[in-house]
Design a protein around this ligand. Structure first.
Ligand SMILES: [Zn+2]
Ligand SMILES: [Zn+2]
Length: 427
């Protein structure tokens, strides 16, 4: 029996797993600088949480969720996104209360049963940041600025910020009616999905990527022309807030996020370096979501960054964070049986000094030990036999320069310093 990873999921192997971790740490630091504090969320939740928040007639809930039954018969789902879980946690633990602003972030794998294609995995990673408790448009502008500045600083290629307003409960119904009328007038040119969505979730029709639908959808009436005074005001203020900070943006009347819960501001960062899967970060305001999940009536705004796509873009930009330390600083080899204990002592004392060290115990021949040390990508090999044991020393060879030295093994702090600074080609 040969086992393989399931279709659509990917093992993250070194060194990619290492840059991935650095990237995640970088995003955590970015969020922390803007006052977000991390919540570790469960990987699965009650399925109803997602159908309630994301919307029954969305692709995610209709066909992409991984559903399973708990031992007690409860319907559970692997989380397809993070916002619903985060809000559930915020409500449950009373982190979201009227009259106060709470900034929370999360990070981790999400699961969607999508057709596997380039840049799309069934287990993918997202980092998200949510601000609960304020409807102030400058909050939206500030949140957007955090990611736009980051994109600028890390030179993400071809990145554009798209923004739109989704309106509110007061103005969206009139627009929806108008849009449905327009779509029905053009139903002969629309694809099957568009026709189905015209009935179930007409705003999502604007999102269709099918070639034949583009001309009709481009010419569809824009939601921004139907905004009520307060939605108009909110949207104008967000745009002004971005302009004040010299953050470039493009208005996109067809930007409707794929999830039902968005209200007012919707935004997305796309990159032409990504091909058809062009969105690498996205978010929006969701003023009714907390209360619809049983929490207090408080507004919220948030965003999520797709880590796989970010990784790809940073790779293209040659700005991926790379591990600076060698994976292993030193590989230690006992030259005889009696030196094994001595090698153990040096290994643990070096690790105490934060030096990465491995023991080459499986190799009886010196030549093989050198091959193993190279394979470990160690910077040095350290050898100890009877002489070293008796004089409390270690023979070290710098594998890059070939220079060899016998040095005191203790105190370990001095040995660690020597390994860190190295001694180059001299001596
Ligand atoms: Zn409105
Ligand atoms: Zn279509």
């Amino acid at each position: 029996m040969k086992y393989q990873a399931p279709r659509g999921v990917k093992d993250l192997l070194p060194p990619e797993s290492e840059t991935f971790r650095l990237l995640e740490e970088e995003i955590s630091a970015l969020f922390a600088l803007s006052g977000f504090r991390e919540v570790r969320l469960p990987i699965f939740e009650s399925a109803a949480l997602f159908s309630r928040s994301i919307g029954e007639s969305t692709d995610i809930v209709e066909k992409e969720m991984y559903l399973f039954e708990g031992k007690g018969g409860e319907r559970l789902a692997l989380r397809p996104e993070g916002t619903a879980s985060l809000l559930r946690a915020a409500i449950e633990h009373r982190l979201a209360e009227p009259g106060r602003t709470t900034r929370l972030s999360y990070q981790g794998p999400m699961f969607r049963h999508e057709r596997p294609q380039a840049g799309r995995l069934r287990q993918f990673h997202q980092a998200g940041a949510e601000i609960l408790g304020t409807n102030d448009p400058d909050t939206d502008a500030d949140l957007i600025a955090m990611v736009s500045r980051y994109a600028e600083k890390t030179r993400i290629p071809g990145s554009t910020l798209l923004i739109n307003s989704m309106g509110c409960e007061a103005c969206r119904p009139a627009y929806r009616t108008r849009l449905v009328a327009y779509l029905e007038d053009h139903k002969n040119t629309l694809c099957e999905t568009c026709l189905r969505r015209t009935a179930t979730n007409p705003l999502r029709v604007l999102d269709c990527k099918v070639e034949g639908c583009q001309a009709v959808l481009e010419a569809a009436p824009p939601l921004t022309e139907f905004l009520c005074a307060s939605s108009r005001d909110h949207f104008d203020s967000v745009c002004r807030g971005l302009a004040d900070q010299s953050i470039p943006y493009t208005l996109s009347h067809r930007l409707v996020r794929g999830l039902d819960y968005y209200t007012e501001t919707a935004f997305e960062w796309v990159s032409d370096a990504l091909g058809s899967q062009s969105t690498w970060a996205a978010g929006g305001r969701y003023n009714g979501l907390v209360s619809s999940l049983g929490g207090p009536d408080i507004p919220g705004v948030g965003l999520a960054i797709g880590i796989e796509r970010l990784h790809l873009l940073r790779e293209k930009a040659a700005t991926l964070p790379l591990p600076t330390d060698p994976p292993v600083m030193i590989a230690l080899h006992p030259l005889d049986e009696a030196s094994r204990g001595y090698i153990h002592r040096i290994l643990s004392s070096l690790r105490e000094e934060n030096i990465s060290a491995v023991g080459l115990f499986g190799q009886s021949r010196l030549k093989k030990a050198f091959v193993s040390a190279e394979r470990e990508k160690a910077r040095y090999i350290g050898l100890a036999g009877e002489d070293e044991r008796e004089s409390n020393t270690l023979t070290i060879k710098d594998l890059a320069t070939g220079v060899q030295k016998t040095v005191p093994a203790f105190p370990a702090a001095s040995l660690a310093d020597l390994l860190r600074t190295g001694w180059g080609a001299e001596s």
